[in-house]
Design a protein around this ligand. Structure first.
Ligand code: SF4
Length: 707
């Protein structure tokens, strides 16, 4: 009998929607992709990127073998060198002289081992992730309000709400299947009202009943004004606020200046539009407010998040079906990274590095010899420390900071001067791999095994269904191999992702003083067969609980994870973006994604059909601005900031607000000459979250070449 095709259920590696994918592998090795009808995130749907996954599986451009200084090396030789250089650097300069920089693309098991090694054994918290660029402000806002980084909702709440407010979120392009679910719900139920809050009109605003094209960075004013309006109009849920919150008076005092007129002045919106939005929010009981990068990627990102959370707490609209604030993450495993302590200020399982009791618990569980005792460097700070020579050895895993961090040219210069740079990647040639002393070949989606967590806290398996090419290995394997060489063998003897997950689940069940929102202890010690068969589930899944496919929500009981069990309303004084426009730089520069590309295009760039939507970088600007500058549609233009210059074609649209321009983040020097927009962005960050202000730089625009 001949071989037959086999089908493997896995999870899409792109956005935080986390769609289930069925990969059908034919006997000849060819792969066809379809949506998994049983996955609760997408119920069989896939967007264009997900549907094209089968076209991204070639090995052209792959990093197939370890390299040292550009020559092929064995794994043993490369790992020996990494361990020796890290050990020597630590011995001479201390544990804080080394760092790891990870990615929301890597799997939870990779993250877990990286954090265990750095925070428990090397003794530094200098381990951060490109998820810092994605949702760190939401993490900080959640912690301030709830006591933990807890996303209360489930996707079905978007379908069950009567009002969905999308703030700084182009769901149609950045979370396309969530957008399809919302659009379908609106088509079924015309009473479902959608409001978009975004300086740009986007594909998402096409389904909105009201679009608020506010001035960049003015969200705090809008939501502080909403809080004031809700209180003034009797919308306080007095029972909920009285029994389950604190901080109301201070939050209201900070909101007091924000009359509708004051909000209109600061946001640039019509008073009538502001009043209409406030009236909708006040009148409609079931409200979900979705927010993503337009809120998070800001020097006031945490305050923006808390300004939104305040409105939900005042009205008690949280923890209920069809109601709640909902941060949607950009990356496939931004959430999973948070669960194992992937940020420099966290410990595993949502515990705090700054909390001695949490450190002691984790240390005892890991049998760790040298716990980090204070938070480490956040992404932007980490590369500034490399530039300053304080970090002398850095290992970068699954990300391309030379293109994606703000002040990207400074990151390039810093890495070029760093004494020791290790890069684990799937691709041989990126702007970051070019600066590595050691390259380690990583396994790609379709080859690696592990778990990811999507924006509604649903953990799904990524399963391998193809053999890795060359000598590609899992990232956790390389980390554990270095840990063993550093003398930590007993704690890093894992032989599979399943063993790591079982350990992580066991740690999540430890009593930690009442902050256990993240708990998957039902899976403590799960064996290989159970792990292989693991169906998607939403956490928490506590020991002794039966598995359930029902949507889970936090805070239905009004109990939060603060010391007194009450959620906190937080005063959110307004701060404008750090940079202000001037005669020299009269435009606000916004950056973001397009529908069919992903990050720096190392995967999506190889699928021709994904370039059919948008084939090259562009500078989107308003017709009035283009006319004033003598710029014709599709003409080449330069965008210059205090940090540099890029060149791309003008896209002249009514969608763009006057005085601001939008440039997509994807195109690097590899795909289009001189289009690395993050080289124009200043390394300004939110003081609490450390998230960079990627949406409100200043720039000037001019025809190119200059005459
Ligand atoms: Fe993948 Fe996101 Fe598209 Fe779903 S919506 S198929 S997770 S890119």
């Amino acid at each position: 009998m001949g071989e037959t095709a086999r089908t493997v259920r896995t999870t899409c590696p792109y956005c935080g929607t986390g769609c289930g994918v069925k990969a059908r592998v034919a006997p000849d090795g060819s792969v066809s992709i379809e949506g998994d009808p049983d996955h609760p995130a997408n119920f069989g749907r896939l967007c264009v990127k997900g549907a094209a996954l089968g076209e991204t599986l070639g090995i052209e451009g792959r990093l197939l073998h370890p390299e040292i200084g550009g020559r092929r090396a064995s794994w043993d030789e490369a790992l020996d060198l990494v361990a020796a250089r890290f050990a020597a650097t630590i011995a001479e300069h201390g544990p804080d002289s080394v760092a790891l920089y990870l990615s929301g693309q890597i799997l939870t098991e990779d993250y877990y081992i990286a954090n265990k090694l750095m925070k428990g054994f090397i003794g530094t918290a200098n381990i951060d992730t490109n998820s810092r660029l994605c949702m760190a402000s939401s993490v900080a806002g959640h912690k301030r309000a709830f006591g933990t980084d807890t996303v209360p909702n489930a996707y079905e709440d978007l379908e069950k709400a009567d009002l969905v407010v999308l703030v700084g979120s182009n769901l149609a392009w950045c979370h396309p299947i969530l957008f399809q679910r919302l659009s379908a719900a609106k088509a079924d139920r015309p009473g479902l009202t959608v409001v978009t809050v975004d300086p740009r009109r986007t594909a998402t605003s096409e389904i909105s009943d009201l679009h608020l094209g506010l001035a960049p960075g003015s969200d705090v004013a809008l939501f502080a004004g909403l809080l004031r309006h809700l209180e003034a109009n009797g919308r306080r849920d007095a029972d909920f606020v009285g029994r389950h919150t604190s901080g109301l008076d201070a939050a209201l005092a900070a909101a007091e200046p924000w009359t509708v007129a004051a909000v209109a002045t600061t946001t640039g919106l019509d008073e009538a539009a502001v009043a209409h939005f406030y009236a909708l929010f006040a009148a409609i009981e079931r409200v979900v407010t979705v927010y993503s990068q337009g809120v998070n990627q800001s020097s006031a990102g945490t305050d923006k998040v808390n300004a939104i959370l305040n409105c939900h707490l005042l009205t008690g609209r949280i923890g209920r079906e069809g109601s709640g604030p909902f941060s949607v993450t950009g990356q496939p495993n931004a959430m999973g990274g948070r669960e194992v302590g992937g940020l420099a200020n966290q410990l595993a399982c949502h515990m705090e590095i700054a909390d001695p009791a949490h450190r002691a618990l984790v240390q005892a569980f890991w049998q760790a010899p040298r716990m980090a005792e204070r938070p480490g460097l956040k992404a932007v700070e980490l590369f500034e420390a490399v530039a300053q020579g304080r970090v002398k050895a850095v290992w970068i895993m699954g990300t391309n900071p030379v293109d994606s961090l703000p002040d990207a040219d400074a990151v390039r210069t810093a890495l070029a001067a760093c004494p020791f740079v290790v890069v684990s990647d799937v691709m041989r040639t990126t702007d970051t791999t070019a600066l590595a002393h050691v390259l380690l070949p990583a396994q790609a989606w379709s080859e690696k095994d592990g778990t990811v967590t999507n924006s509604e806290r649903r953990i799904s398996r990524q399963r391998a269904f193809r053999a890795p090419p060359g000598e590609a290995r899992p990232d956790w394997w390389a980390l554990a191999a270095v840990a063993r060489r550093l003398g930590f063998g007993a704690a890093f003897s894992h032989e599979s992702a399943a063993e790591i997950f079982a350990e992580h689940a066991a740690l999540s069940g430890r009593e930690n003083g009442g902050t256990r929102d993240f708990d998957i202890s039902a899976l403590a010690g799960i064996d290989r067969a159970g792990y292989d068969a693991l169906a998607p589930f939403q956490w928490p899944w506590r020991a002794g609980e039966a598995a359930t496919a029902e949507a889970k929500r936090f805070f239905a009981n009004g109990r939060f994870y603060t010391s007194d069990g009450r959620a906190r309303l937080v005063p959110t004084p307004f701060r404008a973006p750090a940079a202000t426009v001037s005669e020299a730089f009269p435009f606000v520069l916004n950056t973001g994604r397009v529908r069919d590309q992903w990050h720096t295009m190392t995967r999506t760039g190889v699928a021709p059909r994904l370039s059919q939507h948008i084939a090259e970088p562009y500078v989107e600007l308003a017709p009035e601005d283009a006319g004033a500058l003598g710029i014709a549609p599709a003409a080449l233009v330069s965008v210059t900031s205090p940090r540099g210059l890029i060149v791309a074609r003008a896209l002249v649209t009514e969608r763009q607000r006057r005085g601001s321009v939008f440039v997509p983040i994807h195109w690097t020097d590899q795909f289009a000459g001189n289009a690395r927009v993050d080289a124009l962005v200043a390394p300004v960050t939110d003081p609490l979250s450390g998230q960079p202000e990627l949406k409100a730089s200043v720039a000037r625009v001019a025809p190119w070449p200059a005459t």
